[in-house]
Design a protein around this ligand. Structure first.
Ligand code: FEO
Length: 170
């Protein structure tokens, strides 16, 4: 059975991963309705990966003899002024997720829960990848500026910036 403070921290992480999935789903809908089909595909897939992160935590909590809490979610922002604002929001989100994961790791060390600490190392590595990916995308968007031709190419090529795969990342 997980110690209560670890179970609480893990369930908070479940909520954050669910919110990430929800936020990226809304962002994908925005992108698709703006004609950014490549970006929409990328974000739909990313939303699925965040759901995978949530499920992995849920299964772990249950396997350790506790009970995962499926959270209520608010509606995420459906509007963005452009791709730059959307991906700034992704980076902001991922930075918050990283901070939260670090807090879970801190709790594990404080109460000497080494199995959960070990489990969380996958998330620590994943966050490095995800923050890096968001920064690479923002760098590309900075190069594209407001040029519609450059943004067209960005949208076409974004699928070459791979989110992490199951096992490798999700
Ligand atoms: Fe699962 Fe991108 O945090």
């Amino acid at each position: 059975m997980l110690k209560p403070e670890v179970a609480t921290a893990l369930n908070q992480q479940v909520e954050l991963e669910a919110q990430s999935s929800h936020a990226y789903l809304a962002m994908a809908v925005w992108a698709e309705t703006q004609g950014y089909d490549g970006t929409a595909n990328f974000l739909y897939r990313h939303a699925e990966e965040e759901r995978g992160h949530m499920l992995k935590l849920i299964r772990f909590i249950n396997e350790r003899g506790s009970k995962a809490v499926v959270p209520a979610l608010g509606a995420p922002s459906p509007y963005f002024s452009g791709l730059k604002e959307a991906f700034e929001s992704v980076l902001e989100h991922e930075t918050r997720v990283t901070e939260s994961i670090n807090e879970v790791v801190d709790v594990c060390l404080r109460v000497k829960d080494y199995p959960t600490h070990n489990f969380m190392q996958w998330y620590v590595a994943e966050q490095l990848e995800e923050e890096g990916m968001a920064r690479r995308i923002l760098d590309r968007l900075a190069l594209a500026g407001d040029s519609s031709g450059a943004l067209y190419h960005f949208d076409r090529d974004i699928t070459s910036i791979e989110p992490m795969e199951e096992g490798q990342g999700a």
